[in-house]
Design a binder for this molecule. Structure first.
Ligand SMILES: *[C@@H]1O[C@H](CO)[C@@H](O)[C@H](O)[C@H]1NC(C)=O
Ligand SMILES: *[C@@H]1O[C@H](CO)[C@@H](O)[C@H](O)[C@H]1NC(C)=O
Ligand SMILES: *[C@@H]1O[C@H](CO)[C@@H](O)[C@H](O)[C@H]1NC(C)=O
Ligand SMILES: *[C@@H]1O[C@H](CO)[C@@H](O)[C@H](O)[C@H]1NC(C)=O
Ligand SMILES: *[C@@H]1O[C@H](CO)[C@@H](O)[C@H](O)[C@H]1NC(C)=O
Ligand SMILES: *[C@@H]1O[C@H](CO)[C@@H](O)[C@H](O)[C@H]1NC(C)=O
Ligand SMILES: *[C@@H]1O[C@H](CO)[C@@H](O)[C@H](O)[C@H]1NC(C)=O
Ligand SMILES: *[C@@H]1O[C@H](CO)[C@@H](O)[C@H](O)[C@H]1NC(C)=O
Ligand SMILES: *[C@@H]1O[C@H](CO)[C@@H](O)[C@H](O)[C@H]1NC(C)=O
Ligand SMILES: *[C@@H]1O[C@H](CO)[C@@H](O)[C@H](O)[C@H]1NC(C)=O
Ligand SMILES: *[C@@H]1O[C@H](CO)[C@@H](O)[C@H](O)[C@H]1NC(C)=O
Ligand SMILES: *[C@@H]1O[C@H](CO)[C@@H](O)[C@H](O)[C@H]1NC(C)=O
Length: 245
């Protein structure tokens, strides 16, 4: 049984190990007009702001994010659609994690590329929550649009097939959301500085997000997000272990 367990852990580590292929290969519309306002907050979208309740429309000191849930295709997961607005000479980012003080965060990054006429740029990184280092992250992100207006970065993007229950005993759409920013020189993203960290929120429950059931991290080595592939891998491994034990 011990052999089985270490095999299992090794497999999980392998799956989540950094070094996943660089994925700065997103296609997106630059200079796409995105209209991000706080209209609909608490009704059609869940809004996370700093300062509290600020309106991103015409206000560069408002750091704003919103989330709306799209279709759910069980067991693959739920599509979540995000908006992000904030001023930065580098990047602003939204992170999803199980616990901001352990494991990893999936960071979705909207930036202005100072080495390309301050044009909009999109990327994804995995952040280590302990030492705050960023590593490449093979994320699937769709419907990316963004613009940089007067130093304010505004973007929209969609993450399909999110399913938190693969790593935690919680609602499949429950995450801690982190907002933050950093520098970007056209090649490297500087240290991520956190502006806001939420409690665990059920991102699909706009009216009452904090009624999320308490999260217990099942596997602290993983933390952030996993595709359906991990479930399949674990199932196969469990069967294998049961067979060999
Ligand atoms: C990254 O994702 C692409 C598309 O899903 C996949 O083809 C590729 O194998 C993945 N790379 C790694 C290292 O997981
Ligand atoms: C980036 O996209 C191009 C064309 O879509 C593809 O040829 C290339 O393999 C991709 N690179 C990575 C690292 O995914
Ligand atoms: C985006 O818009 C800015 C300002 O209107 C302009 O200077 C820049 O050339 C545009 N970039 C692209 C890629 O269209
Ligand atoms: C932006 O959205 C708001 C509310 O959704 C709407 O009132 C406004 O007309 C829109 N502005 C533009 C330029 O589309
Ligand atoms: C911008 O937002 C901040 C914080 O909510 C607020 O104090 C300020 O009055 C707003 N400015 C404008 C022009 O709306
Ligand atoms: C950017 O936002 C911060 C607050 O988040 C504010 O203090 C600063 O004045 C803003 N900078 C500009 C250029 O608007
Ligand atoms: C949800 O699915 C329906 C039917 O497939 C589709 O028409 C709709 O655009 C989807 N919604 C989103 C947000 O993708
Ligand atoms: C779930 O994902 C798998 C693999 O990406 C795909 O083949 C399948 O069609 C998806 N199922 C649904 C219901 O979308
Ligand atoms: C999330 O994954 C679990 C198993 O990993 C599955 O039972 C459940 O149906 C999935 N939920 C959604 C909404 O896809
Ligand atoms: C997050 O992890 C810390 C230990 O790193 C733990 O003390 C805390 O209870 C965890 N929070 C949640 C909500 O699980
Ligand atoms: C940060 O921690 C991860 C694993 O916890 C480790 O792989 C990485 O080397 C560390 N980075 C630094 C700069 O310490
Ligand atoms: C950009 O800032 C300048 C000076 O503050 C202002 O006159 C202009 O209207 C702003 N442009 C937009 C699109 O907000």
């Amino acid at each position: 049984m011990e052999r089985g367990l270490s095999l299992l852990i090794a497999a999980v580590m392998l799956f989540v190990a950094p070094g996943v292929q660089a994925a700065d290969n997103f296609s997106f519309a630059t200079n796409a007009t995105v209209n991000i306002t706080n209209t609909g907050c608490g009704k059609t979208k869940l809004c996370i702001q700093t300062p509290d309740n600020c309106d991103p429309a015409g206000n560069s000191s408002c750091f704003f994010a919103s989330v709306a849930a799209g279709n759910t295709t069980a067991p693959n997961g739920t599509e979540l659609m995000f908006q992000l607005s904030g001023n930065s000479t580098g990047y602003i980012a939204l992170g999803l994690t199980a616990n901001a003080t352990q494991g990893t965060t999936a960071l979705y990054i909207c930036a202005q590329n100072s080495s390309n006429n301050a044009s909009f740029f999109f990327a994804a990184r995995q952040r280590d929550n302990i030492n705050n280092t960023l590593s490449t992250f093979n994320a699937t992100v769709t419907k990316i649009r963004g613009q940089v207006v007067n130093g304010t970065i505004q973007c929209e993007f969609s993450v399909p097939n999110l399913n938190a229950t693969n790593t935690r005993s919680a609602d499949s759409t429950t995450y801690v959301v982190i907002l933050g920013s950093g520098t970007f020189n056209g090649n490297d993203f500087g240290t991520f500085t956190t502006s806001k960290t939420t409690d665990p929120l059920n991102l699909a429950n706009v009216a009452n997000p904090t009624t999320a059931s308490p999260t217990t991290t099942k596997n602290s080595a993983s933390g952030a997000l996993h595709s359906h592939a991990l479930t399949v891998l674990l199932t196969v491994l469990t069967l294998f272990i049961l067979k060999t034990a």
